[in-house]
Design a binder for this molecule. Structure first.
Ligand code: AMP
Ligand code: ZN
Length: 467
């Protein structure tokens, strides 16, 4: 399996440190607002990559941090005159609601910066002992000039960065590119005790400390959007490698932006849609399909037309799945096993995904599979159980398991069916009442109550509620 590594700028054979285990760290949201669908792209793409690794048999530990202390959080809390925790609690719950709606599997751990202050302080102390961190009146900075490999991820050279730097001159720093590890609190800001000052951690050190705490000093995969390559990930490397004297990450994965009119979707420029408004407009599977149609590294433009087209593509997927399920459950099974081998589609799907998670190619294989399978079903009234079950397995493991684009039609249709059955019982109960067969009408109501279904009679008829 090949993965493009931002660090080496080439596709490399994926060899985790300790197979079958894979350690995977993904930079998560700063929880001061609802996340936008551009963030959603990165979350969905990382979910699909994680699911594919699991499909391949790896035992993946997936960690996504929650940045719950930051200037934006403090500003919002001040504006709303509440404690920062009120803001972060609200948007952490919203984050979980939204990822759940988007069918994103939960991470194994969601470490919060505010719950890792001790680990962060220890890491800064280690950097101090290395002579690479310096304290200026309670603010601690990382001395980039002392980390010779600085720039290796982004390909930026220190001197070019310095001359082209638009970083504000800060007299406390020896080099304008030095970044804060610990920030001394201003009046009224949330703060923690530390050897340097009452203050709070910088953003970059959180990820170095939390990935080490949950995944160890060297991890297999670290991912995030392209915007994080510099300075965030560059700084993470500097901190972790200067402290531990070990490679921090084996494979760096970066995701292309979701753009609007060729501009990165972002909160600060105001050109964004929240993920929650988009999941109200389109099924989550359509959003996931839309994202998967572009390679994860490439840019993608937000498009209502493409989302609508993706929603239509879902019909093909669910229609065929229903048909397979019907044939299997109605036992419309005969001995005929068609020529075409489902395994060849599985193989092509894996070849595509093994080539740096080429999801557009993998989806083309899926749609070929659907087209060809439909052909077989239309020609043959009866097909072998093995063939039908293999077809179903392709849906369960790949279309649903890896991409998460199989609509929950089964549930919907079983809900509809339940509703229809309850109405039949309601009708039979009113017939029984009309015939004064009260023991039967009471029996129907009591049996439904036992199942948690309450009937409510009114002049206009009977309705029900499932508790
Ligand atoms: P943030 O909360 O801004 O730190 O972002 C959370 C994640 O979303 C990070 O991995 C970012 O790189 C990613 N991200 C932010 N904006 C976009 C975008 N327009 N397209 C894709 N990913 C993005
Ligand atoms: Zn991070």
């Amino acid at each position: 399996m090949l993965i493009y590594n931002t660090l080496t700028k080439k596709k490399e054979e994926f060899k985790p440190l300790n197979p079958p285990y894979v350690t995977f760290y993904m930079c998560g949201p700063t929880v001061y607002d609802y996340f936008h669908i551009g963030n959603g792209r990165s979350f969905i793409v990382s979910d699909i990559i994680r699911r594919y690794l699991i499909y391949k048999g790896y035992n993946v530990k997936f960690v996504m941090n929650l940045t719950d202390i930051d200037d934006k959080i403090i500003n919002k809390a001040n504006n709303e005159n509440v404690d920062p925790k009120v803001i972060t609690d609200k948007y952490i719950s919203a984050f979980f609601e939204d990822i759940n709606k988007m069918k994103i599997r939960k991470a194994d751990v969601y470490p919060k910066a505010t719950e890792h202050i001790n680990e962060i302080i220890s890491l800064i102390q280690k950097l101090e002992r290395e002579g690479i961190a310096y304290n200026v009146n309670g603010d601690v900075f990382f001395d980039v000039g002392k980390f010779t490999a600085y720039g290796k991820l982004s390909g930026k050279k220190l001197d070019e960065l310095e001359s082209g730097s638009r970083v504000e001159i800060d007299e406390r720093k020896s080099n304008p590119l030095d970044f804060a590890l610990w920030k001394k609190a201003k009046e009224g800001e949330p703060c923690w005790d530390s050897p340097w000052s009452k203050g709070r951690p910088g953003w970059h050190i959180e990820c170095s400390a939390m990935s080490c705490a949950h995944l160890g000093e060297t991890i297999d995969i670290h991912a995030g959007g392209n915007d994080l390559i510099f300075p965030h990930h560059e700084n993470e490397i500097a901190q972790s490698e200067a402290a531990n004297h070990k490679a921090f990450v084996k494979y760096w994965l970066h995701f292309g932006f979701l753009n609007i009119k060729d501009e990165k979707m972002s909160k600060s420029s105001g050109n964004f849609f929240t993920a929650r408004e988009i999941v109200k407009k389109y099924p989550p599977e359509a959003i996931r399909l839309f994202f998967s149609q572009t390679h994860y590294r490439g840019p993608l433009s937000y498009s209502d037309e493409l989302l609508e087209a993706a929603a239509k593509g879902l019909e093909k997927i669910s229609n065929l799945y229903e048909e397979l399920l019907n044939r299997i459950s109605n036992n419309e099974i005969g001995g005929y096993k068609p020529e075409f081998q489902i395994t060849s589609y599985v193989q092509k799907f894996e070849e595509s995904m093994d080539d740096d998670f080429n999801s557009p190619k993998a989806l083309a294989v899926i749609f070929d599979f659907i087209r060809d399978m439909n052909k077989e079903l239309s020609i043959h009234e009866k097909l072998s159980a093995e063939f039908l079950n293999d077809g179903k397995e392709f849906f369960d493991k790949i279309i649903d398991g890896v991409f998460g684009i199989l609509p929950d039609r089964k549930n919907n249709s079983s809900n509809e069916l339940t509703e229809k059955l309850i109405y039949i019982l309601i009708e039979l109960r009113s017939k029984a009442k009309a015939e004064r067969n009260y023991s039967l009408s009471d029996d129907i109501r009591d049996k439904l109550t036992e199942l948690g279904i309450t009937l409510k009679d009114s002049k206009s008829g009977t309705t029900f509620k499932i508790n």
